[in-house]
Design a protein around this ligand. Structure first.
Ligand code: PHE
Length: 350
């Protein structure tokens, strides 16, 4: 190997060892710079004869071009490598699932609200809403509840500020005050017809909503949900209650062989009164009687407080526990799950 080949070889090696473009430029200067080794060789030709200059010059040029080619190749290699690093750093994994917007959904008890409104709506019932802060009159007195009834005690009822000792305000303990509120409005609307001795359209309404009692354990929450039902007309009987409520339960639970039992009970605002129990014939709850509602024929005193003549108007009412209906429908065993706000529980209903 002659001296020029060795020069090319060492330049190529030094270029290869240059890890960055700056290193490479320094290496280049050592060979091709003003005082680089190739330049020195050129200068060294000064004393040579013309012929020698020709052949020596040509040989040096070949070596110079080889070094320049090596330089260019190394520059390209370094640029490629840099591009690769950059591409890797900015890599997009298009197969990764994107960050999705969380999809909201209705609370299971809200799903029950919707279901109940749909079913009773299809049977010609209106849906009414009313205040959660009630007066003692609508919650108790108008519903024929005696002054000394235990439900009025502070152990059972949340009393709130803003009332008077004679007419305290409270958080409604049931949706039954809506019986009075809605019927009074209805009667007001048809007052003229009634005064003229004509009849009015029947009152047919459900009133779902929040209710409150001083109570808290695995099956009781201080805030819970009820749905009131009321049907008042000139010829509405207990049989209608049975038919309506049976149809409702069978539709709600999608169970045609579901059986109902009306168990005698007591409420101040109905007479006679009954607890309604249901029994599934299949599934995990089959054979057990499960209480779902209180009900009864509306008491004459209550009909009177609606502004109607109890000799002419009669009907039934029921109040069902919406949380309980939801638990039965979805097989939930702890009421508190509904109020904990745990997304792992709630997302199962979407
Ligand atoms: N209000 C009663 C309760 O909360 C239920 C009920 C409503 C009973 C209507 C009879 C008629 O237990």
């Amino acid at each position: 190997m002659n001296e020029l080949d060795t020069l090319v070889e060492s330049a190529t090696q030094l270029f290869a060892q240059s890890a960055t473009p700056a290193d490479l430029e320094n290496a280049k200067a050592q060979f091709l710079g003003k005082s680089g080794r190739v330049t020195e060789l050129m200068k060294g030709m000064a004393q040579l004869s013309v012929d020698e200059k020709k052949s020596r010059g040509a040989a040096i040029n070949v070596a110079k071009q080889a070094i320049e080619a090596a330089l260019t190749a190394r520059r390209q290699a370094l640029a490629d490598a840099e591009l690769q690093v950059q591409l890797k750093a900015e890599a997009l994994d298009v197969s990764l699932p994107g960050r999705q917007r969380g999809q909201g959904g209705l609370h299971p008890v809200s799903l029950t609200f919707e279901r109940i409104e749909g079913i009773f709506g299809s049977m010609g019932f209106d849906v009414a809403q009313g205040p959660e802060i009630e007066t003692d009159w609508f919650n108790f007195t108008a519903l024929n509840t005696p002054e000394d009834h235990p439900a009025r005690s502070m152990h059972d009822t949340f009393y709130v500020e803003g009332g008077t000792p004679e007419a305290p305000n409270l958080l409604r303990t049931h949706t039954s005050p809506m019986q009075i509120r809605h019927a009074v409005q209805h009667v007001k609307k048809h007052r003229a017809a009634l005064d003229a001795g004509q009849s009015m359209p029947e009152v047919r309404v459900i009133a779902p909503g929040r209710t409150y009692r001083v109570d808290s354990d695995a099956t009781h929450s201080p805030m819970f949900h009820q749905c009131e039902g009321l049907w008042i007309g000139e010829n509405v009987s207990f049989k209608d209650l049975k038919v309506i409520f049976t149809a409702f339960c069978r539709t709600f639970f999608e169970s045609d062989d579901l059986v109902l039992r009306f168990r005698p009970s007591f409420f101040p605002f109905t007479e006679p009164s009954a607890e309604i129990d249901i029994q599934f014939q299949t599934g995990p709850l089959a054979g057990r009687w499960l209480e779902v509602a209180g009900s009864g024929q509306v008491h004459p005193n209550v009909v009177r407080n609606m502004g109607l003549d109890p000799e002419k108007y009669i009907g039934f009412a029921f109040g069902m526990g919406m949380d309980r209906l939801t638990m039965l429908r979805y097989g939930v065993n702890d009421l508190r799950l509904f109020f904990d706000g745990d997304i792992r529980f709630l997302s199962q209903f979407q």
